[in-house]
Structure formats: C-alpha cells, structure tokens
Ligand binder design. Structure first.
Ligand SMILES: [Cu+2]
Length: 717
C-alpha cells in the first residue's frame, strides 16, 4: 500500500508521486451492496478544480507496467465477499481468471486528470520480464515534444524490460483523452487509462449545461486470453478474432459463480435534479464498436475527442476504438437504479459473441436492488436517434454522422475550411486475398493453397501497401532512413502481389491536406476507425456509397458535385470511422513538424500493417532529439546500422524460393544463385514434405538431396 507523497518543486508547483490504489480504510468502507461500489481512491493533487490565474502545476506519475493476473490471491473471497473485490491489487475484471498486463496493478490504469497548461511527467517503468513497452498519450498532439508521442520505431525506441522512460510534455489540448500502450497487444491486455485535461469554468463553453464533472466511463472489448494468443491463433491457425465480452471501467459480470454471484459492476451515482458530465473513452482493441444506451434517459452530446460540438440530444451512441465522447445526463427520472447498456457490434454482434455489458446508474436515495428487468444482448434494442451509427451515411432520420455535427463555435479564419487544399490524398483500403508471406508462405501454405477457409487470413492494406516498421525510430534516428525503405522503390503490381514498405507521405509544413479515406467494402462488411497522431482534423464528409465502392467512383462523384462538404463548421476530431463501402473526408493543417503515425485503431490491423506515416516538414524543421535520447537499431559489428547485412537482405528479397518482397525485381541477377539461405534449403533437404515437393516441381526431393550432397562434398574439399 502506497500513500501520497508530495514534494515542493523549485518553481513552487506541487509535485506528487502516487500509486493509484485504494487505501485499506477506503476498501474496508466499501459497502456490502448487492453489486458493490467503488471505494474512494487517493486523489492526485493535480486533479483539482481549474481556476483562471492560478499557477500551472508539474504533475508527476509513476507507471509500473507488469504482468499480472485477474482474480489473483489479492482478491481473497471476491465475489462472495464483495468488499474483497475492492482490496488493493485485486483486479476482478469480469470474474474470469486470465493473465493481464497492468499499470500499478489496476484496470484501467491510473487516471491522469490535470488542468490545461500543466506539465505532465510520467516515469514509465517496464517491469515485465521479456517484453518492451511504450505509452502513447492519445489526444495529445505533442507540439514541441514530438519525441514524447510514444510510438515505437516512429518517435522512440521501445522501452526494454528492466528499464524506464520519462515522458514529459505540456498538457496543451483540453478534453477527454486517454493513454495506452502502443506496443503489440498490450492495450487489449490492460495497459490503458483515462487522461482528462480540464479548463477553468469561465473557459468552458458548455459550463452552463452541467452541474458536476465527475464521471469517467472507459469502455473496451475484452478477451479471455492474452491478445497475442488470439492473434497467433487467428493469423496462423483457424482461431477467430472475436472478443468475448466488454468491460466498463474494467468491470463486468461475465462469469457466473456458485449461487449466481458475479464480480461487481461499475456504478455511477447521481442526485435527482442534477446534470452530470460523463466522459466516455473507447479504449477498444478489436473490431468491436460499442453502442450505449441508458434506460429511461436520453443524453446530450457536447464534445468528441476533446473538441466541443453543438449539443445534440440522442438516445444511443456508437463509439469506435480510440474515440472519446462527452455527454450530459440530466438525472430527471424517478429515484431508482437504471441499466446503462453496452452492446458490441461488428465482430461482437449477434452473429458472433453477442458481447454485452452493463453498468448501473444509481440515484441517491434508491435501494441497493438491481433494476428489475434482466438485461441481455437481445433485449437491449437501441431505438430512437443514434449518433455515429455503424456504416451509415448522412441524411437519415434515425441517425447522425460525425460530419453532420457542428463545431461548438463556428470557426473563423480556419484555413482547413476556407482555403483550397494544397494537397489531396486518396487512401483506399480493403481486405485482400494475398500471399502475405508472414501468414501465407507461397508454395508452402499460400492463401489459395490452404483448404480450410477458416485458416485463410485476408490482408488489410492501404493503397495496396503494407506498412513495415524499421529497426530504428524514424524521428529520432532519421539519418538512418534509406531510400530503398520507401514504397516508391517498389516496382511491381501491388494490387496482385504483397508489397511491404515504410510508407512515408511527405507533406510540406503548413499545407492544408484533404484526405479521402475510402473503404472499398468488397471483401466483407468491416469497419476501421482511423487515428492521426500529432494533429486534429475536421471531418467534412462521411457517406456510405453502397455495398462497395472504388476510388474512381468517388472521384467521379466529386467531379459531378455529388459530395456535400461541411465547410461551414465541421467538427474537429483525431479518430474517426469510415462507412464500409463509403468514404470519410478529413482536412488537417500540417503545422506540427515530425513523423506522425496514421493508422487503423484496431490492434490486429495495425499489427499487420494497416498504417502509414506522415512526414510533416523537412528534417530541419523538426526539433533535435532530447539530450541522451535512447537509440536502437541493428548491430553489424561496427555500430548501429539501418539494416543487417544489407546485401544479403536485398538478395533474399529476390530469392524466388523465399519470397519477393518487392524492393528490386530483377530476377536475372546472377547473385541469386549464390544464396543458400536456410529458408531456401531446409524444406527440400529432407525431401519428406510431400506438399512442398508436389508444388515446387522444379525442386524435387531427389534433386535437392543430390545437390546437397554435391555441395557438402565441395565444401569438405
Ligand atoms: Cu482496421
């Protein structure tokens, strides 16, 4: 058990280091209500009412990232004794035991809540035994601190085990944000938490709409195994990619224990007659948009991704991985308990897992009994007006798209809306039946060779390119970038073959960029939320064209004047969905020099390369790395290099028995014949792989064995 310790900073700002765990007294005070309630937690001194004219603070946090376990021994008799579920270090989740990765043994991890203008300092300690990590501060644009964006191999080296990394930056972007690991599947395993930047009341244009700003609502899909295990089963075997359930502020009731007990649900306390600002964060991991409704209540949307919008009253809201939505709930119903219902869509819907969870809206004065009806996926039907509905366009009576929202204050002199774009980019994507050699090695288990359809994985690509990270961060070690790493050097038809490269789109500093995101929608109904690092964008159009579409069709629509752009007061965001078989048009001002990732926020998709990087400005426009900034890369005996044994790697790409990655496509190069890589030889040496020998008919086992013996003899002599 840690207690708060505060020290005086030289600048008189208060600095405090806290482990966010409930105190034993608070835990003991937790009532034995039927479904339990959150005990009070130690509040960080930076979580305060923000007042104009008061000095900013430096807010210090220590994040210990470690492997852990739900329903561990720290939970004692949970859920039979609900007080035990709130003991320090007890992570009940939904009652199902599983390995997790957590920050400070809590799920979600510590909530950072500061005032605009505070300096945030987080020491991230990697206490895992073997995995590297990194933390991205989702919603913070890192102006003047691009090295703090937390993207491995783009802005920093990953933080190795037994090491720590200090993130320091200014909280200069108000609103509801969150932090999460940007390494592998760690976000899905538990490494995420809320991050709220408040402003003084006199600067909040929605201040008159609510009385209290207390409730943070973090929603996520949840697996009953580690993310990496799910990933491997899906991409290398016949496993699915469907999340089993959802968690609301890290809690759920999936597992039914003896006598009907379950782990505690999240409760939000309200007083009748008051108005509450809720800050919803979708920390989702897989393709599981989450629809929310609250029994007997509508709610008023007032902000998205930290940007204020004109208020809109809705009956339900769909949020996508990486999005944040602020809404006001007026506690005007009869005193009682009401279900807040969360339904998973897409891979979580009725075709698959029916991922579903509830929280409780508890009015002060109500009893501690559950609401009478028993909520299920099937009886939670979201009628009325739905905001941000799945795969829908504009102009519908029962739903509204993001591009139909309005900025809270009509923008004046906003170049993104008033100026003709300096650059128009089309990014189209779909799922392709490619021989992606990471999962479908040609000639061995190519996409079409695999007979079981469940074992075929389609490759999502942007403009037919798969993003490949380098061994070093593009921003901090930009001098190691080589021309051949870029996509421009690929000389083959990437609509038919797999192409992998470090796709860097160069944008001159100060440009207005109009970006068409086009979901071609051919392979199947999908949905991808895209997140831009370093910049907000205005969402000026969003439409569904049909079951599928193409770049050509949308270009033609635009030439015909059939695309309506909201250039009056389009809302600002940093994460947005795109209707399947449709498009979303964004505009951003490229005014933040650096290398910034732009990617699908579905973790499996970014892991298999659904990403690109914007290089904003020239190298000399970018700040130099902080002194002593960690370096990484390949080691070739002489020092750090961009690539290991460059000639071998280049030739390996040309080796027809390995695979053509596509950097050079000269099959007549005689050097190819000199290569005897393990990849090339081993399947043939034994001659016992019937599938290989029947396909690779130029390499019969007999021939290979003879050749192998001949080479061995030559080598001996
Ligand atoms: Cu995606």
């Amino acid at each position: 058990m840690m207690s708060a310790a505060s020290v005086q900073c030289a600048t008189t700002a208060i600095v405090a280091v806290l482990f966010f765990v409930p105190s034993p007294a608070a835990a003991a005070a937790a009532s034995a209500e039927l479904y339990g309630s959150e005990p009070a937690v130690d509040v960080h001194p930076c979580q305060r009412e923000c007042r104009s004219g008061e000095p900013a603070k430096t807010c210090e946090y220590r994040f210990k990232v470690e492997w852990y376990y739900t329903m561990s021994k720290a939970c004692y008799d949970c859920p039979y004794n609900l007080t035990d579920c709130f003991r320090p270090d007890c992570v009940p989740a939904d009652g199902v035991q599983k390995p997790i990765i957590v920050v400070n043994r809590s799920l979600p991890g510590p909530s950072i809540q500061v005032c605009l203008g505070d300096t945030v300092l987080v020491d991230v300690e990697n206490a895992m035994m073997e995995e590297s990590t990194s933390i991205h501060w989702h919603g913070h644009h890192q102006r003047n601190s691009p090295y703090m964006d937390g993207v491995p191999y783009v802005t920093q080296c990953p933080v190795p085990p037994h090491s720590s990394f200090r993130y320091v930056y200014l909280a200069d972007n108000e609103g509801t944000h969150f932090w999460h690991s940007h390494s592998g599947c760690q976000r899905g395993d538990g490494v995420f938490g809320s991050f709220i930047v408040r402003v003084p009341k006199d600067r909040d244009i929605h201040r008159d709409m609510y009385d209290e700003d207390l409730h943070v609502l973090t929603v996520t899909d949840w697996l009953h195994q580690l993310g990496i295990r799910k990933f491997l089963a899906h991409y290398h075997g016949s496993g699915d990619n469907k999340p089993e359930t959802l968690l609301i502020n890290g809690r759920g009731r999936y597992k039914v224990f003896k006598d009907g007990f379950h782990t505690p649900l999240t409760q939000f306390h309200v007083t009748r007659g008051k108005r509450y600002r809720f800050r919803l964060i979708n920390a989702g991991f897989l393709n599981c948009p989450i629809s929310m409704s609250i029994d007997n209540h509508t709610f008023t949307m007032i902000a998205t991704d930290g940007y204020n919008i004109q208020p809109v009253v809705v009956d339900s809201l769909v949020s996508y991985a990486g999005e944040r939505w602020d809404f006001v709930l007026e506690a005007t119903a009869d005193i009682g308990n009401y279900w807040m219902r969360f339904k998973g869509l897409m891979d979580c819907d009725e075709r698959f897992t029916k991922a579903f969870e509830v929280a409780i809206l508890h009015y002060d004065g109500a009893d501690n009994k559950k609401p009478e009806n028993i909520p299920t996926y099937d009886n939670s039907i979201h009628t009325g007006i739905q905001l941000n509905a799945l795969n829908k366009g504009s102009g519908l009576m029962d739903s509204a798209t993001v591009s139909e929202l309005e900025d809270a204050i009509p923008p004046i002199n906003d170049l993104r809306l008033e100026k003709k774009p300096d650059m128009t980019l089309f990014m189209s994507y779909d799922f392709y039946s490619l021989d992606n050699p990471h999962f479908h090695k040609p000639m061995l288990y190519g996409f079409k060779q695999v007979t079981h359809k469940a074992e075929r994985v389609y490759t999502p690509q942007i403009n037919n390119m798969t993003f490949k990270f380098q061994s070093f961060p593009l921003l901090s070690q930009k001098e190691m970038i080589q021309p051949w790493m870029s996509c421009e050097h690929i000389k083959k038809d990437c609509s038919k073959e797999f192409c992998e490269c470090t796709n860097i789109i160069k944008v001159p500093l100060g440009s207005i960029v109009e970006l068409f995101l086009i979901d071609k929608g051919v392979t199947y109904n999908a949905n991808h939320p895209f997140h831009l690092h370093g910049h907000p964008f205005r969402v000026i159009a969003m439409e569904r064209v049909g079951n599928h579409t193409s770049v050509e069709e949308i270009e033609q629509m635009d030439r015909d004047g059939r695309i309506v752009r909201n250039l009056r007061s389009a809302p600002l965001k940093d994460t947005v969905t795109v209707p399947d078989g449709g498009f979303t048009i964004l505009r951003f001002l490229a005014d933040n020099p650096g290398y910034w990732l732009f990617h699908c926020h579905i973790e499996f998709h970014v892991e298999v390369g659904m990403a690109t990087v914007f290089k904003i400005g020239e190298d000399w426009d970018m700040l130099p790395p902080p002194p002593g900034f960690p370096k990484c890369g390949n080691y070739n005996g002489k020092g750090l290099v961009s690539f290991l044994y460059p000639e071998d790697i280049e030739l390996q790409y040309k080796n027809p028995n390995v695979y053509h990655y596509g950097f050079i496509d000269n099959k007549n190069d005689s050097r190819i014949n000199m290569i005897t890589t393990l990849d090339k030889w081993w399947p043939f040496v034994g001659g016992a792989h019937p599938y290989v020998s029947s396909i690779a008919n130029t390499n019969t086992p007999y021939f290979s064995i003879v050749l192998c013996v001949l080479i061995s003899v030559l080598l001996i002599y």
